[in-house]
Structure formats: structure tokens, C-alpha cells
Design a protein around this ligand. Structure first.
Ligand code: ZN
Length: 465
């Protein structure tokens, strides 16, 4: 899953213009392009078992690029796997390593649905087109290429840098979990930089983006089924209790309920930063809410937006429904699926208790059907912000960094849950209309591939020199 900040349209773009011409002729540009093409052309979707091929390919690149074989770990995990590469530092900072993540797998794509073969990298009209060109093979390639470039240049970081690539981020995340548990000795680090999140949204006219978004928190994803059972009977003889009506009552209560409004350091900074560039009443509400999280008018306005309602608290919503077994029988059971996105710190158990309380009917059976991973927001650290700012400045000088919280689902949540703060800091700038992650004809502006190489080059040097 790829998470990027969505800010409102830019009212005023800063008087800065891109300063950097990164392209295939940049140092390691050609090497990076070959890695990108090879990675995109491997069908690393679930069921195709090509992640091990990609791991093997990448590990050979690292070893031939000067990394010691004992520092390159290909870790088979079921039919997928994880790849860990340690870039040895001189230890002069006296600090723990930094890990860097990307995922090697993709959501599958079918030839018949696409205009061209999704597993053939095509360059057309200024875009690279193919499955994974954006999510997340661009990030994976950037991190790999920059490790190779820095090694070739003889750079030695002042602490170890650890690549930790997962192999099933889009599905079960078993490899991500293994990276921070079973293989923790290989990945243990002070914090993690995630190439699968962060970046900037370009205005549709292609001018300077309003801000750079750094993902520093994720909500907790949790799903329940709510079931009501009933003896049922013949529909010609209705009874007062009815599984469908009882379930509908419960759902109407959930629909009407608003979870408490929450704000943390990160969402406050998000609204502070996004308000001034968001037009109209929504922008004003953001600014007001950042100042005063109890501002009822602001809360009311933010709740009207599906983009922002989730940024001010926990949400739970009905997503699926099934009930009854015959058109002439009283229903013997009725089940609804309710998906929640829990605000950091609110707690899954607390959310479940709240749902049960507002439903107020013990006949409604709750069952948790997902395996939630709770994680706190990662602290906003001056050293990380300063390094990211240097990388952002390479493309857009003085572009403001705005921290963001995503709705849940990147490798970062497992790292955070394991006590390793994580930051989505990829360097891709793209228009909303060009974003097709998980969808058809996924693409990446050609220039964005090379800009991202430069972004990671500056970022890693800034954070570990
Ligand atoms: Zn992704």
C-alpha cells in the first residue's frame, strides 16, 4: 500500500522552482533504471512466487556492488521472504543503526485489464508504466541504487544503515512481522525510514507542491462481525424479535455515533500546515481545529469531509451485510461487518467496548476478524526532520514538511508496534490524477524515478554523516 499526503489545492505556490535535473545520466542513473525494469518485470504478486527471484537478483547486485556476503541476508518466509542488507558504518556517531524499508511484492495485475502488459516496463508520454512502477518498486529501486552508489563512492556512514525489504506487505505482512521479531537481531535499529510512504502531491498544473508529507503514524485497522441469531420460523407468522431488525437497530446506533474527537502532536501539525493552503471553509476549519481541538464549528466542518473525518478521531463503518436463508422464512441469523480505524492511543479494546455500549444489546455477538496491530504515533524528531528537509530542498528549496497520519497498512505499523519509530519519507512528487497504485495502468513520471534517487542520496548522507 502506498500512502501519500493529500493536502488541499495550493492557493499560492512558493516562489521556488525545481533546482535539480536528475535523469538517467546522473551517477548510477542507468544502474538504477536496470534494477527498476528488472524489478517491475518480475510478477511479485501473491500466488506467483517471484519474490525469491527478486531477492536473489538484488542480493547479487549488493554483493557485486561491494557489500560483504555475510551482510546480505535473503530470508525465505513461506513462499515469500525478506531481504536484509547491512551497510557498515564506522560507529563514530555512537548511535544505533537506522533501518530502511520497502516492499518487494505488488498487488497483482491482469494483462486483460491493462492497456499494455503490466509486467513489462513501458516508457510512454513521460511515464514509466507497469505494475509496481509507483508502489513500491520505485522506492525499492531508489534505496537499492543509492546504497550501491554510496558504496561505490567509498562513503562510510557514521552508524550502520540496514535495508529491511519485506515480501508480502500487500497481503499478510508475515515477512514484515518476521523482520521485527524472528530476525530482530538483524534489523534492530533506532528508527526506520519507509520508502513506501511520504512524498508530495503536485498541483494539477505541475507547479510546486504545497507541502511535503512525512508519514509518522498510522491508525489501527480492526474489523468486527456483528451477528444476531434467532430461532426464526415461518414468515407468515412474524414474531417481535427478528435478527435482521435487531441487527439494523445496532447498525443505526453505530451510524449515529461519533467517537471522541482526538488530536495529537502530529495531527495538530498536519492541520496547522495544511489549513493555509486549503481553500474555503475547510481550510479555515483546519486552522481553527489546530488551535483549538474543541472548536465545535471546526469539528462539524471537518466531519463533512471523508478526507479528514478520520484525522480527528476513530471511525467505524458498516462495510458488508448478510442475513436470512429464504424469502419465506424468518431470518435465523444476520451478520454485518464493521471496519474501524482506531486513532493512535485510543486502543482496540476500548473501541470494542464503546461499540458494545452504544449497541446496548447483548444479543448482538461481536467477533474480531482481523489481527490488529496497535502502534503509537512516532515522535517528531528535529534530527530526522532536518535530514528530510535537506532531501526535500534538493528538489523544492524550503518546501514545508507536514507530518501525516495514514489510515493504516504499511510496514511502518509493525516497526512502530515493535518499538521502532517509523517515518514515511519517500521522495516522489506526483499529481493526484496520475496516482494508480493498486489500480490499472500504474505509472510514475520518468523524472520522479531519478528525483527519488537524488532524494534518498541526500537523505542518507544527511542522516548518517
Ligand atoms: Zn506499498
Amino acid at each position: 500500500m502506498l500512502k501519500q499526503l493529500i493536502t488541499g489545492a495550493a492557493l499560492l505556490s512558493a516562489a521556488t522552482a525545481p533546482t535539480l535535473a536528475a535523469d538517467i545520466n546522473m551517477p548510477f542513473g542507468q544502474v538504477g533504471f536496470e534494477i527498476y525494469r528488472t524489478a517491475v518485470e518480475m510478477r511479485t504478486a501473491k500466488g506467483h512466487e517471484q519474490v525469491p527471484l527478486l531477492m536473489d537478483y538484488l542480493s547479487k547486485k549488493f554483493i557485486s556492488g561491494g557489500f560483504a556476503a555475510e551482510d546480505v541476508h535473503t530470508l525465505p518466509i513461506g513462499k515469500t521472504g525478506a531481504l536484509v542488507v547491512r551497510y557498515r558504518g564506522d560507529g563514530s556517531s555512537g548511535k544505533k543503526p537506522i533501518s530502511i524499508s520497502a516492499h518487494m511484492d505488488v498487488v497483482d495485475a491482469l494483462r486483460k485489464d491493462w492497456t499494455e502488459d503490466p509486467y513489462k516496463l513501458i516508457e510512454k508520454d513521460g511515464f514509466y508504466i507497469g505494475r509496481g512502477t509507483l508502489d513500491n518498486k520505485a522506492g525499492l529501486t531508489a534505496v537499492t541504487t543509492v546504497f550501491l552508489r554510496l558504496k561505490a563512492e567509498g562513503w562510510v556512514p557514521n552508524r550502520d544503515l540496514i535495508i529491511a525489504f519485506s515480501g508480502d506487505e500487500e497481503t499478510s505482512m508475515a515477512s514484515t512481522k518476521a523482520l521485527v521479531s524472528e530476525f530482530r537481531a538483524l534489523t534492530d535499529s533506532e528508527f526506520m525510514l519507509n520508502s513506501d510512504a511520504g512524498g508530495g502531491l503536485l498541483p494539477e498544473d505541475g507547479s510546486t507542491p504545497p507541502a511535503y508529507g512525512m508519514q509518522a503514524a498510522e491508525k489501527t485497522y480492526v474489523t468486527y462481525t456483528l451477528t444476531v441469531r434467532n430461532p426464526g420460523g415461518h414468515s407468515s407468522r412474524p414474531r417481535d424479535d427478528n435478527a435482521i431488525y435487531d441487527l439494523a437497530d445496532a447498525l443505526r446506533k453505530i451510524q449515529a455515533y461519533r467517537f471522541p474527537v482526538r488530536q495529537n502532536e502530529l495531527t495538530k501539525a498536519f492541520f496547522e500546515g495544511t489549513g493555509p493552503t486549503t481553500p474555503g471553509a475547510m481550510g479555515k476549519a483546519m486552522t481553527a481545529f489546530a488551535k483549538n481541538p474543541k472548536d465545535q464549528d471546526a469539528i462539524k466542518t471537518l466531519r463533512t469531509s471523508s478526507d479528514y473525518v478520520g484525522t480527528i478521531g476513530t471511525t467505524c463503518v458498516a462495510t458488508m451485510l448478510s442475513a436470512g436463508h429464504a424469502e419465506n422464512a424468518l431470518p435465523q441469523s444476520a451478520t454485518a461487518t464493521v471496519n474501524c480505524r482506531v486513532f493512535p492511543g485510543e486502543g482496540v479494546q476500548n473501541t470494542e467496548n464503546t461499540l458494545k455500549k452504544i449497541v446496548g444489546n447483548e444479543a448482538v455477538e461481536f467477533e474480531m476478524i482481523s489481527d490488529p496491530v496497535e502502534s503509537d504515533a512516532s515522535p517528531l524528531r528535529a534530527d530526522i526532520l532536518a535530514a528530510v528537509q535537506q532531501a526535500v530542498d534538493a528538489k523544492y528549496p524550503n518546501l514545508k514538511i507536514i507530518p501525516s497520519m495514514s489510515s493504516g497498512g504499511t510496514d511502518g505499523m509493525h516497526f512502530r508496534a515493535a518499538g521502532i519509530p517509523s517515518y514515511g519519507v519517500n521522495g516522489i512528487y506526483i499529481k493526484s490524477s496520475d496516482r494508480f497504485a493498486h489500480g490499472l495502468n500504474e505509472r510514475l513520471p520518468v523524472v520522479a524515478l531519478y528525483d527519488n534517487f537524488e532524494h534518498w542520496y541526500v537523505l542518507l548522507k544527511a542522516i548518517a554523516s
